[in-house]
Design a protein around this ligand. Structure first.
Ligand SMILES: [Zn+2]
Length: 71
């Protein structure tokens, strides 16, 4: 049985879904504009040429937070 996940902020119910992007999804610890930040930015989700990769995710609609695993 799948454990019900709760929002870490409001402890409310999370909605299961998928995150996808038509281009890559990046992560950076810098606030610098993206065009100045190419060296330290890490690609979390790579784009496939043939189909957009969907990544399982959990969303809290109250807090507008999305949690997903990029592994
Ligand atoms: Zn929440």
């Amino acid at each position: 049985m799948e454990e019900e996940l709760k929002c870490f902020q409001c402890k409310g119910e999370l909605v299961k879904g998928y995150v996808f992007a038509s281009h890559r999804v990046y992560w950076s610890e810098s606030e610098k504009p993206a065009f100045m930040d190419e060296r330290s930015a890490e690609i979390l989700i790579k784009m496939s040429v043939f189909k957009m990769r969907k990544v399982p995710a959990y969303r809290c609609e109250v807090c507008q937070l999305v949690t997903f695993s990029y592994g």
